[in-house]
Ligand binder design. Sequence first.
Ligand SMILES: *[C@@H]1O[C@H](CO)[C@@H](O)[C@H](O)[C@H]1NC(C)=O
Ligand SMILES: *[C@@H]1O[C@H](CO)[C@@H](O)[C@H](O)[C@H]1NC(C)=O
Ligand SMILES: *[C@@H]1O[C@H](CO)[C@@H](O)[C@H](O)[C@H]1NC(C)=O
Ligand SMILES: *[C@@H]1O[C@H](CO)[C@@H](O)[C@H](O)[C@H]1NC(C)=O
Ligand SMILES: *[C@@H]1O[C@H](CO)[C@@H](O)[C@H](O)[C@H]1NC(C)=O
Ligand SMILES: [Zn+2]
Length: 415
Amino acid sequence: MFILSLLYAFFLLFSLGASCPFHEGVNMAADFTFVATENNNFRSMPRDAPPTDDEIAINNVRVFDGDKLLPATTVVIRGNTIISIGHSSKTGKQVEGNGGVLLPGLIDAHAHPSNITDLQNLSCYGVTTTMLMACFQPQLCQSLKNHTGLVDIVAGSLPAAGPGSVHGSIIVAVDGNGDRLVSNVSTAAQWVDEAVAWGPDFIKLIAESPGLDQKTLDVLTEQSHQHGKQVACHASALDAYNQAATARVDHIQHAPLDQPISTELAGYMRSRGQVATPTLAILRAISDASPTTRNYTAAEETVRRLKAAGVPIVAGTDANLIGGGFVPTVAFGVSLHDELRLLVNAGLSPVEALRAATSVAAKQWGLDDRGVIAPGKRADLVLLSENPLEDIHATTTIQKVWLAGVEFSGAIGSF
Ligand SMILES: *[C@@H]1O[C@H](CO)[C@@H](O)[C@H](O)[C@H]1NC(C)=O
Ligand SMILES: *[C@@H]1O[C@H](CO)[C@@H](O)[C@H](O)[C@H]1NC(C)=O
Ligand SMILES: *[C@@H]1O[C@H](CO)[C@@H](O)[C@H](O)[C@H]1NC(C)=O
Ligand SMILES: *[C@@H]1O[C@H](CO)[C@@H](O)[C@H](O)[C@H]1NC(C)=O
Ligand SMILES: *[C@@H]1O[C@H](CO)[C@@H](O)[C@H](O)[C@H]1NC(C)=O
Ligand SMILES: [Zn+2]
């Protein structure tokens, strides 16, 4: 489906140079409506694993509670909630953990799912929450929400992009006009007021060159904060990264593929409480495709400097199935495990990488009900047979996945 691919392409995109392979005036309404309807139909279908109020006791598991590994014990869940650690359950269904490791459900803080297959693929690899990093069509984004037994979606807004920019020209191609671009600083606040209308969970901005100027990014961020929304900003080159940091956005997406950020910039981000989501999985794929112009080593160096400065690092992949030769595809779910390994290769310890995909991600996104294994939290859980704190590759030893207390009913993802 080329039209849909084009549409999703709009979500991410690293500036691919001057040429812009888009045509204006494509009417996408029918495709959106079709996919959204299919997604909504799936939500209303009777499912294999309806939530119940029965207890489930997961016995003989070492618990990674989001911070550290606890000795083997029992975790009991009921409904969608973890009710205890260290107590057995006489009445509940018993699950044997065989001395494996129980993780909080994994969070992929940057992905572009569009249909139920994408949600299933995320879920079968233990991803229980994902940030839908941009939304073109509210109807489609809402149709991905509230699916029992599947990954929970935190949805971003339409990306804010300017006329004449790469991302802006994608919006023009999708809409057939530039009505939803941010024309200049005087329209920025109103743009945000309109972008929040359908109820996105956060605001997505694009820093790029050519693109929105500093003042416009500043106003977009301020106005988003006025609405109580966090701001996530795309920045895949050093200039853009500087702009995003200066604008005081909450989350900077990607890492520069031209040169590493300076230690001063990392310190500046730390002092302002900003968070980085390096998305090494897609950066690796992009630099593999264009090794002469994209420097993956620079991205790894940025991760080292962010870590040294104490900037919180969150795991995200930019998973997408756009393809078509103009942005690398990154598979849903399995790529989060690649991201964990790439973060470790870039200098994080295994426990830091695991926190980046659990407790740190949840905390920095204000998701107080998840990211840790503790009584009262959402029963988002991943049971492994091996210990990823010893070797990060062990996250691929998934035995079972629970999403808000509902065990994933399909086959666990293969690696
Ligand atoms: C979701 O989209 C992919 C193509 O991106 C397609 O292969 C798959 O069949 C779609 N799934 C559903 C449920 O429509
Ligand atoms: C999802 O569930 C929440 C909480 O129950 C509800 O507020 C929201 O309207 C639902 N959204 C959709 C699209 O079903
Ligand atoms: C800003 O953009 C709006 C809408 O395109 C336009 O009416 C206005 O003249 C522009 N203002 C400036 C200062 O360029
Ligand atoms: C890539 O970045 C690394 C780290 O900053 C640097 O040492 C190396 O020279 C860069 N390579 C190229 C080809 O620019
Ligand atoms: C998604 O999952 C299905 C099985 O549910 C598998 O056949 C397919 O290869 C997966 N796609 C990707 C891109 O991982
Ligand atoms: Zn993206």
